[in-house]
Write a protein that binds this ligand. Sequence first.
Ligand SMILES: C[S@@+](CC[C@H](N)C(=O)[O-])C[C@H]1O[C@@H](n2cnc3c(N)ncnc32)[C@H](O)[C@@H]1O
Length: 241
Amino acid sequence: MRSLLLRCLLAPAVLLQLSASVFHAAPPAYETRAEHDPNGIGKFYLGREIAHVMGHQAAGWLERPERESEERTDLLIQAMQLKKGEIVADIGAGSGYFSWRMAKEVAPEGKILGVDIQPEMLDLLQRNMQRRGVSNVVSVLGTTTDPKLPANSVDTILMVDVYHEFDFPYEMAKAMVAALKKGGRIVLVEFRANDPEVRIKKVHTMTEEQAKKEFAIFPDLHWEATLTPLPQQHILIFRKL
Ligand SMILES: C[S@@+](CC[C@H](N)C(=O)[O-])C[C@H]1O[C@@H](n2cnc3c(N)ncnc32)[C@H](O)[C@@H]1O
C-alpha cells in the first residue's frame, strides 16, 4: 500500500521531468516563407527573418575611419571590461576590427580567437594583425553551424552585427554556450530595432525582446544585463551558469 502511494506521488514528478527534457531537446523549427523582406533570406527563426551574410567584398566598410565616431566602438570596448589573460572569441570577426582592439586589452597572456566562415575574411584579418604587429589573435575557420571552439574554453564571446545573419542561429548558439567556461559570457551587439534614430535595414536589426527570446532556450545561460551606451546598438550580456 505504502509503495503504491509512493509511486502515485512520484509519477507526476517523473512525467514532468521527462517532458522538460523532451522540451529542451527539441530545438525551435526554422520556417521558410515565400513572402519576405528582399534583404532577408526568407528563412525565419522564432518569428525573425535571417539576413544575408555580408560578403568579404564589403570588408572595407567595416574598417571605415568614421566607424569609431558613428558607432562609438571605443565605448563598446570600455563597456566589455575585458581582463588581462582572458580568452575571447570574436565570432563573425570579419576583417578583425574588434579582434585587434580586444587583443590589446587581454595581452600579453590573453588571446583572441577570430572566427569566421569566409576564408577571405580570415586572410584579411591575418594581414591586418601582421600589419599592426599583433601576435595574440588566432584565426579559426568555422562553419554555418559550428564555430569550432573547444568545450569550456572561452571566457567571453563577442558578436558584433553578426548574430542576425547566422543561417543556423540555434546550432551556433548551442555550440557557443558549450564553448563558454562556467561563468563565461556572451556579449551580443545588434543595431536597435524599432528605434527611429537607427537607419539600418530591418533584417539587420534586433529588438532586445527577440534576442532574449532566442537565448532563453538554453537553460544554462541567463540574461544578465542590457547596456545602452552606444548611439545605435544595444549590448546584451548573457552569462553561463
Ligand atoms: C557584418 S560582418 C561583421 C564583422 C565584425 N564583427 C565587425 O563588426 O567588424 C559579419 C561577419 O560574420 C560572418 N559570419 C556570418 N555567419 C557566420 C557564422 N555562422 N559563423 C561565423 N561567422 C559568420 C560573415 O562572414 C562576416 O564576416
